[in-house]
Design a protein around this ligand. Sequence first.
Ligand code: DAK
Length: 260
Amino acid sequence: MNMTNILVEQDGAIVTVTINRPKALNALNKETLEEMHHSFSALGKDRSVQAVIVTGSGEKAFVAGADISYMQSLDAAAGKVFGELGHKVMATVENLPQPVIAAINGFALGGGCELALACDIRLASVNAKFGQPEVNLGVIPGFGGTQRLPRLVGKGLANEILFGGGMIDAEEACRIGLVNRVVPQDTLLDECRILASKICSRGPLAIRLCKEAVNNGMEMDLKRACAYEKDLFALCFASEDQKEGMAAFLEKRTPNFQNK
Ligand code: DAK
């Protein structure tokens, strides 16, 4: 696929995906979403990739939302197709076998906030701004915001953001648990890479199963979720990584995980 709206760069086991439409503040149009879907699907199958960072091009925006000029003339049928595409992308990010870190470097509005919500971990630069301004445009969030935001920050705070249509700054986003931490703008990507490298040094199979346990377990009641965790825990003992990790500990050396 010819990529004109996103950049995909690999450095060792870490891939950085940059939404690259800075003139439109990285707004998500159909082509961008299609490129994202294609790229994330391929990354999910690539065993050389152990962590993914998602960010926006330029210094101003992570993603300022779904593309309003694209959406303006959509009818209900086309809106449904666009919404399905957006949901498909967010689900691909959320269910990617590898951890995905959002490096939120500016405006994360509408579909941009929803993209951040689909990631596993969110770090924000001090200038980042968050919001779900869809109600200002006469629509509701269409890429999962009404569902993932309340699950992350709680219903009351989510409702204030969703109904109010305003923005909150990075500190407030951190206070309510929408982002993990706030860092200076010029160190955001480095901080994300340090975190990604730390994750890459751990057992890759274990990381993948941890993500599955958290994501799938949170959709279950606690009893089923704990039973599910028990099964995934048992599965670890069928792996070479478990043998290597425990042997390395007992032999007081660094483990050499093979992702097997
Ligand atoms: N879409 C298209 N273009 C955008 C954009 C967006 N979301 N955000 C910014 N731009 C463009 C601006 O039009 C401008 O283009 P030019 O005029 O230079 O050609 C350029 O980016 C720079 O923006 P500004 O000149 O406005 O920059 P400022 O610093 O003055 O303001 C801002 C920055 C982020 C506060 C402002 O641009 C802004 O308010 N942008 C819109 C934010 C927004 O409303 N985002 C949410 C979009 S709606 C669905 C249902 C809903 C949705 C999807 C699907 N289904 C049911 C299917 C909706 C999702 C959304 O995300």
